[in-house]
Design a protein around this ligand. Structure first.
Ligand code: XUL
Length: 537
């Protein structure tokens, strides 16, 4: 009998299912349900309920409940051999929180298969909507929690990250402050991941160390709730949080609801879920320290696993638990594709022109540097947008285009140094990774080979791998993590870009100058109201 494992991914816009066959490491089923399209009665836009306040971003948890029922119905209709599934796990958008009342625990255990999941669970929420990771309305609460824990450095050392608006602790504090009665009526607080796991397991599920680290509530080293952080957040919070658990933990047998309604094997096991980023780490095969993924999307993200827990004391990067039991770092740069697009408009170029200019200019740009903070920046923290040029003529399209990409890569190198993990293999993903000259600069600045991969549902895939891993470990077998799942995460043929030793030497020097330029820009930003968008020292 095939060893089949199901991974689900409750992301912002969709719920996806991936089934893998463990013996062949092949994906045998892959399906997604888009919330806006399939469940339009929740009136979400890209999975989010929009209010008048642009800082607020919530989603309806009942929509996730209905999506789960619908996706299982689709799998049954597609004749997926659901009876052969050995275990199920999942991945959830990080930080989002679900507020459950005292009826929830019993309702989860006694789901009636004659009714829909929605009808079973309609009455279990103490808050109708769930704040999600796109919500940035909690700056006041971030400051309050950070002040109680000490400062940025202390908060990062204690919880793995500085306080961030999207993190769950500040969101819980805001709920307690603005709706104290509903907070008091909350028996249990779940993350998106642990809420979905609770439905599948028929009991309030633990929160795993990966997603738990995105709350500003977990002691990042001990992997236990940190009483001081709970106290700084809201009263009696300890009584409302489920236990923390390793991401390989088997919660128990799958909820009989799914056995009776969809024909799952009554012995199939339900594992804890994790966050989408921790799941992607194993989905992309970033198992060994030094294997790093760089996603070149609207924003750029840099992430990879760390064997030892190190935190970013400047509070820019985030540290989460990785499904392997190690740690992972996630660093998000806002001025990604956005910055290159600005240059495109400014100089009236096409992407082909941009690539040609990158090919015809020299690595190091003769010392010309540009800080591309077209928008406020997350890493480094820049609250006032501005482009800062050093030894660069603003009218010269070619050197400015090169300077933007060089700055983005040098910033990644500089601001990932706290991990103390030298990249040995970089997987480049996202729209920007199709540009070979950009990947050449990446390889040269990082002094590391770069491979292109298409990331198709790495989080759902990682969840399926976690299901396999947890199940095998639970049944006394020695599981392994694959580096590549064929047809899914294999590098695009002939996409390897190797560093050019001469260029590497240029960037080893230039990165020092780049760091000085950043400092210089910060001094200016801090010392006077900086209005000019161009600075030419
Ligand atoms: C990570 C984060 C996002 C969400 C998206 O900190 O906020 O990547 O996990 O799903």
């Amino acid at each position: 009998m095939a060893k089949l494992f199901l991974g689900l991914d409750a992301s912002t816009q969709s719920l996806s299912a991936i089934i893998i066959d463990y013996d062949s490491w092949r994906v045998v089923y892959d399906k997604s349900l888009n919330f806006d399209r399939t469940l339009p009665h929740y009136a979400t836009q890209n999975g989010v309920l929009r209010s008048g306040d642009p800082l607020v971003a919530h989603s309806p948890p009942l929509m996730w409940v209905e999506a789960l029922d619908t996706l299982f119905a689709w799998m049954k209709k597609d004749r997926v051999p659901l009876g052969d599934l050995l275990a199920i796990s999942g991945s959830g958008q990080q930080h989002g929180s679900v507020y459950l009342n005292a009826r929830a625990s019993a309702a989860l255990t006694r789901l009636n298969p004659a009714k829909s999941l929605v009808d079973n669970l309609r009455g279990v929420f103490s808050r109708a909507t769930s704040p999600i990771w796109m919500d940035s309305s909690t700056s006041a609460e971030c400051a309050e929690i950070r002040d109680t824990l000490g400062d940025i450095k202390a908060t990062a050392q204690k919880t793995g990250s500085d306080t961030f608006e999207r993190f769950t602790g500040p969101q819980i504090r805001k709920f307690f402050k603005t709706e104290p009665e509903n907070y008091a009526g909350t028996a249990s607080i779940a993350l998106v991941s642990s809420f979905m796991a609770s439905i599948l397991a028929g009991q309030i599920a633990p929160i795993d160390h990966g997603d738990g680290a995105g709350m500003n509530l977990m002691d990042i080293r001990k992997k236990t709730w940190r009483p001081e952080a709970l106290k700084a957040t809201a009263p009696k919070l300890g009584t409302k949080l489920p236990p923390l658990a390793a991401s390989s933990k088997v919660i128990g047998k799958v909820n009989p609801y799914f056995v009776k309604k969809y024909g799952l094997n009554p012995d199939a096991t339900a594992l804890v879920w994790s966050g989408d980023n921790p799941c992607s780490v194993v989905g992309l095969g970033l198992i060994e320290e030094g294997n790093v993924a760089i996603s070149l999307g609207t924003s750029y993200t840099y992430f990879g696993c760390m064997k030892r827990c190190r935190v970013d004391e400047r509070g820019e990067g985030n540290v989460f638990g990785a499904p392997t039991g190690d740690y992972m770092a996630l660093i998000c740069f806002k001025n990604g594709a956005l910055a290159r697009e600005q240059a495109l408009h400014q100089y009236g170029l096409t992407w082909d022109d941009y690539n040609r200019l990158l090919r015809t200019t020299k690595p190091g740009n003769n010392g010309g540097i540009l800080l591309p903070w077209f928008e406020t920046e997350i890493v480094p923290r820049v609250n006032k947008p501005g482009i800062h040029r050093f030894n660069l003529d603003p009218n010269d399209a070619a050197t400015n285009c090169r300077a933007i990409v060089e700055a983005q890569m040098m910033s990644m190198r500089l601001h990932s140094a706290w991990m103390k993990v030298k990249p040995t293999r970089i997987y480049a993903t996202g729209g920007g990774s199709v540009n070979a000259p950009v990947l050449q600069i990446m390889a040269d600045v990082m002094n590391c080979p770069v491979f292109r991969i298409e990331v198709a549902k790495s989080a759902a895939l990682g969840a399926a791998l976690r299901a396999a891993h947890g199940w095998l470990a639970h049944s006394g077998q020695k599981p392994r993590w694959p580096n590549i799942v064929a047809g899914f995460t294999d590098p695009i043929p002939n996409s390897e870009v190797t560093p050019n030793p001469k260029a590497v030497r240029v960037y080893d020097k230039l990165v020092e100058k780049y760091a000085i330029c950043e400092q210089d820009a910060f001094t200016r930003l801090n010392s006077y109201q900086h209005e000019a968008s161009d600075i030419q020292p």
